[in-house]
Ligand binder design. Structure first.
Ligand SMILES: [Zn+2]
Length: 141
């Protein structure tokens, strides 16, 4: 089966994603700056395409009314972003994966703190993309 393995830094949380995932999207919002780095980098999968092999240290932080962020309580790795009201899909930090899921674009670009510049071909939204990127599906090889 076509899959990509992922984990936190200490490997107390280990998982696999199957078949397909959304292309990666960088988020420059001020919350991702605090939680991830100067920006976050998330892909997204349907729940049936994610399987946990280990998740003993997985903890959730309710970062806003609508969303929560999953992290490893042992090593501190920031791994997941998900709706608080639905588990149909889950955003996964692309950096936690053992192979590359290419970047398609950016959201909350108005809050960009990094002085890195990004290719013109990347689609950039000043705030939320309102699901625009959901149609860009990366087939796992
Ligand atoms: Zn860990």
């Amino acid at each position: 089966m076509k899959k990509i393995k992922g984990s936190c830094l200490c490997k107390n949380i280990v998982f696999e994603i199957f078949n397909e995932c959304r292309y990666s999207v960088l988020c420059h919002c001020t919350m991702c700056q605090k939680s991830n780095a100067e920006f976050s980098n998330y892909t997204k999968v349907k729940k049936e395409n994610l399987k946990f092999l280990k998740k003993k240290n997985l903890k959730w932080f309710f970062s806003s009314k609508k969303f929560k962020r999953g992290f490893c309580s042992n090593c501190g790795s920031s791994l997941f972003f998900q709706s608080r009201s639905s588990n149909e899909e889950i955003a996964i930090s692309s950096g936690s994966l053992n192979s590359k899921v290419p970047v398609k674009g950016h959201i909350f670009y108005k809050d960009k703190k990094s002085n890195l510049s990004f290719p013109k071909i990347h689609k950039k939204f000043s705030q939320s993309a309102q699901g625009f990127f959901d149609k860009f599906i990366y087939k796992i090889k």
